[in-house]
Design a protein around this ligand. Structure first.
Ligand code: ASP
Length: 585
């Protein structure tokens, strides 16, 4: 067995002229006749080794990704490479042993790769050898360590909760696991430890955390995975302000330890209403301003039927001013219209301000005075465009917000160390889901309403604001949580408002409601999406780049082939029959 003592990066100028051992994978070779240079890669980086003289033949059979054990003398490089941490050094090889050979790899093991993601996931162990992937996972580990250390120091206790559990009402579709010993009965894979962490508060632990796997059977998008990791936190006798200051201090440690960067505290706070009104999203990217404005007042008086109808139905017209909009051609406007519609907003109308004139298809509906009002209110300057989205308040905001983030990505360049955090607070308790003809909890049904809305909860549920909050960074929601209901009567009322009958409550989580009858402390918590936090902090393009073995966009694991069919014997053992495709492996 070969014991490693040092990594490539451990070697510095103070090791010059000493005999060193380099263990790693051959990652590049350059032949110069009587000299062969090779880059040997370990998890810390690259070390250049040189084969010369009598050692030259040792290099002959070495190929990329061979794993080698080299001894040699550390010397200063003839041609230093300041871009590499070990770029001042090289090793003159004296012995070289091949530990294991490698076949020609199906993808190049280097940061710059043209391998398709499917191939990268199939040969994930090779993909993970790429320095960028090693970096991402190491930063992720540092994030976790900093969080653990902080929480541990502050008296939060790490408790594990079951993954195989009972179906809970958190809103997402669950994975079900058939019970072999209880035919016809199923466990659900935990969507989150929510119910258990609240019961740990009832059990008196007071401060809890867990790095927890969670499972949600959702359609995959770029920033979702079926199984993902939360840093889950709950505390009793800790109001939102107190919790926020803990979370901010914890993130300060994370930034210090994972990125070596100072984080300015406290974070900004913004109401859900303001976030939607000004940024068109509950996840505002505050690295740039470009705020949405309101054009409803002006269009109330304009004879343009579409907006008039929308406004008379209680809707609004949101406006986004884009400077230097010469490139906003008809085709581009069509694309933007499609974008707005994709976000379920009804319409996009564009006016341009060129050579002191307002132009566009709806100009004819505006009197000169109204045109001037628009120019004045929105402080238009030459070559501005004003993009108008009309609909009910929420879809109009979201549609205009999609335009804002589209232009944000196009018009602004962001520094890698620029992180803008904001707490989004004062979330509504409920939203009305027309397709189900019922209210649903915006966060989850254990979230408490703000005290001033308790009395009117039944009569005006859609006006009630919750004690719920999200933490947003650069346009990504990285954590969310709430103060919980701890009064059993109020909990019952909320369940009823979202359409659960007494019998439903009893059947699905009677055990949970019952627990509240035994001296429940006021409590609340939060959960960080660890994958997303790691993605934002490493600037990875997708969650898959910060997860060692993720599923692809089709919810499959190309490496293992999961999901896969099972034998009829396995099915029989579980008392199951597959209706749709009775395939067997
Ligand atoms: N369990 C919640 C979630 O997964 C977080 C919380 O309320 O603490 O979103």
């Amino acid at each position: 067995m070969i014991n490693r003592k040092y990594y490539n990066l451990d070697y510095g100028m103070d090791h010059l002229k000493t005999s060193v051992q380099i263990i790693g994978w051959v990652s590049k070779r350059r032949n110069f006749g009587d000299l062969v240079f090779m880059d040997i890669r370990d998890r810390t980086g690259i070390m250049q080794v040189v084969f010369q003289d009598a050692q030259l033949p040792l290099a002959k059979d070495l190929k990329n990704e061979y794993l080698v054990n080299i001894w040699g003398q550390l010397v200063e490089r003839q041609d230093p490479n300041p871009k590499l941490p070990t770029g001042m050094l090289e090793v003159i090889v004296s012995t070289c042993e091949v530990i294991t050979k490698a076949k020609q790899t199906p993808m190049i093991v280097a940061d710059k790769t043209d391998a398709l993601e499917e191939l990268r996931l199939k040969y994930r162990y090779l993909d993970l050898r790429r320095p960028i992937m090693q970096h991402n996972l190491m930063v992720r580990a540092k994030i976790v360590k900093a969080m653990r250390d902080y929480l541990d120091e502050q008296g939060f206790i790490d408790v594990e909760t079951p993954l195989l559990t009972k179906s809970t009402p958190e809103g997402s579709r669950e994975y079900l696991v058939p019970s072999r010993v209880h035919p016809g009965e199923f466990y659900a894979l935990a969507q989150s430890p929510q119910i258990f962490k609240q019961m740990l508060m009832i059990a008196g632990f007071e401060r809890y955390y867990q790095i927890s796997r969670c499972f949600r059977d959702e359609d995959l998008r770029a920033d979702r995975q079926l199984d993902f990791t939360q840093v889950d936190i709950e505390a009793s006798f800790m109001d939102s302000d107190h919790l926020f200051s803990h979370m901010e201090a914890m993130l300060q440690d994370v930034f210090q330890q994972a990125l070596n960067q100072e984080l300015a505290l406290p974070f900004k706070r913004m109401s859900f209403k303001k976030a939607m009104d000004n940024y068109g999203t509950d996840k505002p990217d505050l690295r740039f301003e470009m705020q949405l404005q309101d054009a409803t007042e002006i269009f109330k008086a304009v004879d343009f039927e579409l907006f008039k109808d929308i406004i008379s139905e209680g809707g609004v017209v949101k406006a986004l001013v884009v400077n230097q909009a010469q490139a906003l051609t008809r085709r581009k406007v069509d694309e933007l219209t499609a974008l707005v519609k994709k976000h379920h907003a009804r319409s996009l109308v564009v006016l341009k301000y060129v050579n002191g004139e307002l132009t566009g298809s709806i100009r004819k509906f505006l009197s000169d005075i109204q045109a001037q009002q628009i120019i004045d209110q929105f402080k238009l300057v030459d070559n501005d465009a004003i993009l108008l989205v009309g609909d009910q308040w929420e879809p109009a905001c979201i549609g205009a917000g999609a335009l804002r983030s589209h232009f944000g990505k196009q018009l602004f360049e962001f520094d890698a160390d620029h992180f803008e955090f904001v707490w989004v607070v004062d979330m509504p308790m409920f939203e009305y889901v027309a397709s189900e003809k019922r209210l649903v909890a915006r966060h989850h049904p254990f979230t408490s309403p703000q005290s001033q809305y308790v009395d009117s909860l039944r009569s005006k549920p859609l006006e009630a604001l919750a004690n719920a909050y999200d933490l947003v960074c650069n346009g990504f929601e990285i954590a969310g949580g709430s103060q919980r209901i701890y009064d059993p009567e109020l909990q019952k009322e909320v369940f009823e408002l979202i359409g659960f009958s007494q019998a439903d409550i009893e059947k699905r989580f009677g055990f949970f409601v019952e627990a509240f009858d035994y001296g429940t402390p006021p409590h609340g918590g939060i959960a960080f999406g660890l994958d997303r936090l790691a993605m934002v902090l490493t600037h990875a393009e997708s969650l898959r780049d910060v997860i060692a073995f993720p599923k692809n966009a089709a919810a499959r694991c190309p490496l293992t082939g999961a999901p896969s069919t099972i034998t009829s014997a396995q099915l029989a053992e579980l008392s199951l029959k597959v209706a749709a495709k009775d395939k067997e492996t």
